[in-house]
Write a protein that binds this ligand. Structure first.
Ligand code: DC
Length: 212
């Protein structure tokens, strides 16, 4: 079983992907983690969003230690910002393509794979038999993210998180290469008025209809 999950930041796509992975015994790849790990790796070399050059960023993929995906530092807002900048670079996206496709064709564990990101159903795995597109109103997503950051002890304000999210959304949706968009064969779920359980139940019901 191969499942593609795309969606906006803080839409609930990551939570959904994790739950589907556990339910169907699938290997899970959070592809945003790849861009964040590369961003953190570059930032640690004193490269910033303003100074990052496409060729340098893409070349760094070869040296990237993928264990960085598990480093809590990749969740910082500064890393998210850098990630959204380098994710708009075609050479960086091309550099991660093979890795993502290999993960899906040869999952390291389980009986299949689930990848979540922005372009999984449109670019990385266009033939995936099951695709989801998860979204929610931006104010609700910003509220969720604010609560998450505050619960983690960070002192952030809702309006700053919202402004940040608007900028990141604009970059993800507006870039010329692999922009965030719902493909026609994706099951769309708007999570604005749903909790994680409801989203999971809706997704399971959809998987049943696909007969896979
Ligand atoms: O989902 P996230 O917030 O961890 O993603 C971090 C950044 O990486 C975000 O700006 C979108 C980008 N991204 C992407 O362009 N393509 C993906 N498949 C996954 C993430």
């Amino acid at each position: 079983m191969i499942i593609a999950v795309d969606g906006s930041a803080a839409s609930g796509k990551g939570t959904l992907a994790k739950r589907l992975a556990a339910h169907f015994d699938l290997a899970h790849l959070d592809t945003g983690g790849l861009y964040r790990a590369l961003a953190l790796y570059l930032m640690r070399q004193r490269i910033s969003a303003e100074t990052a050059e496409e060729t340098v960023a893409a070349a760094a993929i070869a040296d990237l230690d993928l264990r960085l995906i598990d480093d809590p530092a990749i969740r910082d807002d500064a890393v998210a910002h850098m990630a959204s900048v380098i994710a708009a670079m075609p050479a960086v996206r091309a550099g991660f393509l093979r890795l993502q496709r290999d993960f899906a064709s040869t999952p390291p564990v389980g009986t299949g794979a689930i990848l979540d990101g922005r372009d999984i159903g449109s670019v990385v795995l266009p033939d995936a038999p099951i695709k989801f597109f998860v979204d929610a109103d931006i104010e609700i997503r910003a509220r969720r993210r604010t609560n998450e950051l505050q619960a983690a002890g960070q002192s952030v304000m809702f309006r700053d998180v919202l402004a940040d999210m608007q900028a990141r959304d604009a970059r993800d949706r507006g870039r010329t290469i692999a922009p965030l968009r719902a493909v026609e064969d994706a099951k769309q779920i708007n999570t604005s008025d749903m909790d994680a359980d409801q989203v999971f139940i809706a997704a399971l019901a959809y998987v049943e209809t696909t007969g896979t």
